[in-house]
Design a protein around this ligand. Structure first.
Ligand code: SF4
Ligand code: SF4
Length: 674
C-alpha cells in the first residue's frame, strides 16, 4: 500500500499535531493553580459516566443520541484507523487480538455497523447545522468541514472494505461485514483496474483524512475531541454550592504579605483564571446547550454563556505568542473582552452547568470576575453597593435596623436558642425576617415546629446575615468577615443543627461554612417538614382543594438536589392536586433572584416574568415555592400580570400549616388563577 508515503504522512502529521498540541498545553500553564488530582476512583467513575457513556447527552432528545453514536463510533473506528495504517506496511496487518479469530470477526462486524451509523449520524448532524440551524448553534465553516471529513471517511472505509472482500472472494451479502459486503457486487462488476483504483482511493482517503482531521483539532472547537475526556476527569467534585476561596483576600484580611505590587483579587486578566478554567475553554463543544437554558439569554440579556466562553478563549488564543514568550501586556478582560453587563446578568442558577455535556462551570468564573470588579476596582453596581453596605452595617442587605429582625415573632411565643434545651437552631434568614410577605413563612413554620413538638430556638435580634449574597456579589471580604464572626458565635452557642427556610442560607451553611471552620447538620425547612409528616408528627388533615404548581428554587433543587421534599409535603395535603410544568426539577427556570440579582435592577424582559408565565401554563390556583426570594420574584411576576392578590403565591410550609390546622386559611386563594 506504499509504506514510505504512509510513514512520511504519519510522522509529519504527528509531528505537526504534537507541536500544535504542545503549544496549547503550554498555554494552560499560564493559568493559576487548581488542585484536581484527589479522589482518583471517583474521577474515573465520573469520567466513565459523563465522558464515555455520555450520560448528559440524551437531555437533547434527537441530537444527543446522534452525538453519542458519533462518539462511540469514533472509539470503535479509531482501532480501524490503526489497522489501516498498519496495512501500508503489511497488507495482511491486523491488530493481533483482532485477527482471524472470533474477537477479530466480532470487531469487524461492529466496525461495519458503526461505519454506517456514524455516516448517517454525521449526515443528520450536517443537516441540523446547515438546514435546520437551531438558535443554540453558531454558523461555523469548521463544523461543516469536519462533518464532511467524517462522512467522506466513512464512505471511503466502506469502499475499501468492500474491495477487500471481493479480493477474498466474497460476492454478495456477508454477515461478517454486512454493509461493506453490499458493495462487493457493484465493485466486482467494474473493470479490475477501476475497482482497484476505487479500493486504493478508499484506503488512502480514510488513512490520510484522519491525519488532516487530527491537525485541524487544535485550531478550533474540535479540540474538545482531545480535551473533553481529561476535562471531565479533572472536574470539580466538590458540591457546586461551594465557591472557591480567594487567597489574596484572605491574606489582606489577615494583614499578611501579598507580594510585590497591588494585590490582585479575583480575575482581571485571562491568566488569572486557573489552568482548569482554561481547559474548560478548550473543551467547549459549542453545542449551545448552556445558552439554550440560560435565563439571562432567554430574556435577551447581554449574557450568552457559550459566547462568553468562546470570546475569552478567542482572546487567549489570539495572545498565545505573547503568553508563550512571557511578554504579555496587561489587558483586562472587562471591558475589553467581556462586557460588565454579561458578568452582572448571571443569576448563578447553574442551568448552564447542569446541561453542559463536558462539565464546564460558569458560576465560579463569573464570581471571580465580579471579585475583580468589587474588591479590585471597587465598582459594584450602585444597588449592590447599597446591599453590601447593609450587610456590613446591619447584617442584612436591606440595611434595616437589626433591632427589627425578630419583629416577625410578634404575637407568638418563639424561644431563644439554647443548645442544652433545643435540637435545632431555626436560622430565619434576612428575607424571612424583614420582608413582610416572607415573614408569614417563618410564622407558619414555627407553628408547625410547635405542633410537631420539635425543640428549636431562634437568635432573634442577634441573628446575623449568613453572607451568601455578599459572596455571590463578588464581595469576598464582606463574606469572609461575616462568616468568621458567625463561626465564632455559633461555636460559642454550641449550635449543632440548623434548619432554615431560605435555600441560600441552607446552601452556604451546608457547603461553604465547613471549610471555613464550622461543621454542623443543616436541613432545609421542606426536608424537616416532609420528615415530620412521614413520621406522623404532623398530620395534614384539613383539605386544601387546589391545583398547585411547585416552582423549584435553584439553590434548593439544582444545587442541593432537594426536589422531592417540597413535593412530598404537597402530596400529603388532602384535596391538593400537584401540577408540574415541563421546565421543572433539574430543568427548572430560575426566578431571576439568585446571585445577588435580587438586589439589582433588571432591564428589558424580566426573568421572573418569564418564569411566572411558564408556571401559569399549568393553570394552577396557587404557585408554591420553598424560598423567600423565589416567593418575591414570582409574586412580582404575578403582579405584573395583574394576578397578584397576596394569595396566588405561597410557601409549602404555609400550605402545610393550613392543612395541619395551625395556618391561616384566609391566606390561600379561593378563586382559580386565570
Ligand atoms: S448560571 Fe444561570 S444565569 Fe448564569 S450563565 Fe449559567 S444559566 Fe445563565
Ligand atoms: S459550555 Fe458546555 S453546554 Fe455550553 S456550548 Fe460549551 S460544551 Fe456546550
Amino acid at each position: 500500500m506504499g509504506f514510505i508515503p504512509m510513514a512520511v504522512a504519519i510522522v509529519v502529521a504527528f509531528a505537526v499535531f504534537g507541536w500544535s498540541a504542545t503549544r496549547r498545553f503550554r498555554l494552560l500553564t499560564i493559568g493559576a493553580p487548581a488542585h484536581r488530582t484527589d479522589r482518583i476512583g471517583q474521577r474515573i467513575s465520573h469520567m466513565i459516566q459523563i465522558a464515555f457513556l455520555q450520560w448528559k447527552m440524551p437531555k437533547y432528545k434527537v441530537m444527543g443520541p446522534i452525538h453519542m453514536l458519533i462518539f462511540w463510533g469514533f472509539l470503535v473506528l479509531l482501532i480501524n484507523t490503526l489497522i489501516l495504517w498498519g496495512r501500508a506496511f503489511d497488507v495482511k496487518f491486523d491488530l493481533w487480538v483482532l485477527g482471524d479469530n472470533p474477537l477479530g470477526h466480532a470487531y469487524h462486524f461492529v466496525k461495519d455497523i458503526f461505519t454506517v451509523v456514524v455516516l448517517v449520524a454525521a449526515g443528520l448532524a450536517l443537516l441540523n447545522r446547515v438546514v435546520l440551524r437551531p438558535a443554540r448553534l453558531t454558523a461555523s465553516i469548521e463544523a461543516g468541514v469536519i462533518l464532511l471529513i467524517i462522512i467522506t471517511m466513512m464512505v471511503a472505509d466502506l469502499v475499501y472494505s468492500g474491495w477487500q472482500m471481493v479480493d477474498e472472494g466474497v460476492g454478495g451479502f456477508d454477515m461478517r461485514e454486512p454493509f461493506a459486503s453490499l458493495l462487493t457486487l457493484p465493485l466486482a462488476s467494474l473493470e479490475k483496474p477501476t475497482m482497484d483504483l476505487l479500493g486504493t482511493i478508499g484506503y488512502w482517503a480514510h488513512s490520510v483524512l484522519v491525519l488532516i482531521f487530527l491537525n485541524l483539532l487544535p485550531y478550533g472547537k474540535h479540540f474538545h475531541v482531545v480535551t473533553s475526556i481529561p476535562n471531565v476527569f479533572l472536574s470539580n467534585l466538590d458540591s457546586p454550592g461551594k465557591l472557591p476561596r480567594d487567597e489574596t483576600i484572605e491574606k489582606v484580611l489577615k494583614e499578611e504579605d501579598t507580594g510585590d505590587g497591588e494585590p490582585q483579587f479575583g480575575v482581571a486578566q485571562v491568566q488569572d483564571f486557573t489552568w482548569k478554567d482554561l481547559l474548560d475553554m478548550y473543551s467547549c463543544t459549542e453545542c449551545g446547550r448552556c445558552t439554550d437554558n440560560c435565563p439571562a439569554a432567554k430574556t435577551n440579556k447581554p449574557l450568552k454563556p457559550k459566547t462568553f466562553l468562546t470570546n475569552v478563549r478567542g482572546h487567549l488564543y489570539e495572545r498565545q505568542n505573547e503568553f508563550l514568550s512571557g511578554q504579555q501586556k496587561e489587558k483586562k478582560l472587562i471591558p475589553d473582552v467581556v462586557d460588565p453587563e454579561v458578568v452582572w446578568s448571571c443569576t448563578t442558577c447553574r442551568a448552564c452547568e447542569e446541561e453542559c455535556p463536558v462539565t464546564i462551570t460558569y458560576v465560579e468564573k463569573f464570581v471571580k470576575l465580579r471579585r475583580d470588579l468589587v474588591e479590585g476596582r471597587g465598582e459594584p453596581p450602585a444597588e449592590l453597593a447599597k446591599a453590601l453596605r447593609g450587610i456590613e452595617t446591619n447584617s442584612n442587605p436591606w440595611n434595616i435596623s437589626r433591632m427589627d429582625r425578630a419583629k416577625w415573632t410578634e404575637g407568638l411565643e418563639v424561644p431563644a436558642f439554647d443548645a442544652d434545651a433545643h435540637e435545632y437552631l431555626f436560622f430565619v434568614g434576612c428575607a424571612s425576617s424583614f420582608d413582610d410577605r416572607a415573614k408569614r413563612i417563618s410564622r407558619s413554620f414555627v407553628k408547625l415546629l410547635e405542633k410537631a413538638g420539635v425543640k428549636y430556638g431562634i437568635l432573634g435580634t442577634d441573628e446575623p446575615c449568613c453572607g451568601e449574597t455578599a459572596r455571590r456579589a463578588g464581595s469576598e471580604s464582606v463574606f469572609r468577615m461575616t462568616v468568621d464572626a458567625n463561626v465564632e458565635a455559633f461555636k460559642e452557642l454550641g449550635v449543632k443543627k440548623i434548619v432554615t427556610g431560605c435555600p441560600h442560607c441552607f446552601n452556604t451553611f451546608k457547603n461553604e461554612y465547613p471549610e471555613l471552620g464550622l461543621q454542623f447538620e443543616v436541613v432545609h425547612h421542606s426536608e424537616l417538614l416532609a420528615r415530620l409528616v412521614a413520621e406522623g408528627k404532623l398530620k395534614p388533615t384539613e383539605k386544601v382543594e387546589q391545583k398547585v404548581v411547585y416552582h423549584d428554587g435553584c439553590y434548593l433543587g439544582r444545587y442541593n438536589g432537594v426536589f422531592s421534599a417540597p413535593r412530598q409535603i404537597l402530596h400529603a395535603v388532602p384535596g391538593l392536586v400537584l401540577a408540574e410544568v415541563k421546565a421543572s426539577q433539574k430543568r427548572g427556570l430560575c426566578c431571576g433572584g439568585g446571585g445577588a440579582r435580587f438586589f439589582m435592577e433588571e432591564h428589558g424582559e424580566r426573568v421572573n416574568s418569564l418564569r411566572t408565565k411558564q408556571l401559569l401554563e399549568a393553570s394552577p390556583k396557587t404557585i408554591a415555592t420553598a424560598c423567600p426570594y423565589c416567593m418575591t420574584m414570582i409574586s412580582d411576576g404575578l403582579k405584573e400580570k395583574d394576578l397578584y392578590d397576596d394569595k396566588g403565591q405561597v410557601d409549602v410550609a404555609e400550605i402545610l400549616a393550613v392543612s395541619c390546622g395551625v395556618g391561616e386559611r384566609k391566606l390561600l386563594r379561593e378563586e382559580p388563577t386565570p
